[in-house]
Design a binder for this molecule. Structure first.
Ligand SMILES: NC(=O)c1ccc[n+]([C@@H]2O[C@H](COP(=O)([O-])OP(=O)(O)OC[C@H]3O[C@@H](n4cnc5c(N)ncnc54)[C@H](OP(=O)(O)O)[C@@H]3O)[C@@H](O)[C@H]2O)c1
Length: 255
């Protein structure tokens, strides 16, 4: 058996929030093994520019669109457009997410709801939009971007931890719903990576060092260190894996 078990030629992968950070990294990773790529974010110009760059670098077909993951009408329209342009979506990575850092008593209800809407309801909306066609084709991959903070708590992150923990049980439930259909559902739980989302930690040496101190490997993740997890779970190699979570965290949750 050769490396083709990790190949994605002929597959179409949709990465939500693929215009930057881990989403853009994973979009490039899947394109590097042959997948055509759909990415969306709330900003059309950024999504389009990222899609063009991926097409240029990897020679695959791409589509970059503005669509908010909390807007079911916009998401259904995106799936229709992607299906008409590239063929049906075979792989969905529910990656779009945000963080608001405040303890419970200082967290505004509107912020709690915004985080839950984007991080947990968004993946529900996007999964719902692609599952019928995946089921009909008898093949599909849904990957939810959870977090180490879906596995363990952290003071000052109430809606983020609740949303990421919720995603792990959504993963298991959808895996059971789809177990006999050829569609697998899994989650990736990253530790800290240097992206815009973590700007407040990256810009504060004390906070940055406090996170390093929690990581047994003694460092943050490098962006390319997410590639293997995304390619593996999306690939034919992971055909008997469903309902599980893959930690990419330098050992944070091993202790
Ligand atoms: N970085 C880490 O250390 C880390 C660790 C564990 C888990 N994660 C998870 O990994 C995922 C990516 O994180 P990241 O650090 O790469 O974040 P990031 O750099 O801030 O990128 C987030 C992406 O999501 C998009 N987005 C946000 N809200 C959206 C919405 N409502 N609809 C559509 N797109 C939306 C953003 O684009 P627009 O703002 O233009 O819409 C952007 O493309 C998140 O789910 C995050 O929770 C990250």
């Amino acid at each position: 058996m050769g490396l083709e078990i990790f190949g994605l030629k002929g597959r179409v992968a949709w990465i939500t929030g693929g215009s930057k950070g881990l989403g853009l990294q994973m979009a490039n990773a899947l394109a590097s093994v042959g997948a055509d790529i759909v990415i969306n974010s709330r900003h059309a110009a950024e999504a389009e520019a990222a899609a063009h760059a991926i097409a240029r670098q990897h020679g695959v077909r791409t589509l970059g669109l503005a669509a908010d993951v909390t807007n079911e009408t916009a998401i259904n329209a995106l799936v229709e457009r992607a299906t008409a342009t590239l063929g049906g979506i075979d792989i969905l990575i529910n990656n779009a997410g945000i963080n608001v850092r405040q303890p419970t008593t200082e967290m505004a209800l509107v912020d709690w709801q915004r985080v839950l809407d984007i991080n947990l309801t968004g993946p529900f909306v996007c999964s719902k939009a692609v599952i019928p066609a995946m089921r009909a084709r008898g093949w599909g991959r849904i990957i939810h971007m959870s977090s180490i903070l879906g596995q363990v708590g952290l003071a000052g992150r109430p809606p983020y931890t609740a949303s990421k923990g919720g995603l792990i049980l959504l993963t298991k439930t959808q895996a059971l719903e789809l177990a006999t259909t050829g569609v697998t559902v899994n989650a990736i739980c990253p530790g800290p990576f240097a992206t815009e989302m973590n700007r407040p930690l990256l810009d504060d040496p004390e906070k940055y060092a406090a996170f390093v101190a929690k990581i047994p490997m003694g460092r943050w993740g490098e962006l390319p260190e997410i590639d293997g997890a995304a390619i593996f779970l999306a690939s034919p190699a992971a055909s008997f894996i469903t309902g599980t979570t893959l930690l990419v965290d330098g050992g944070w949750t091993a202790q």
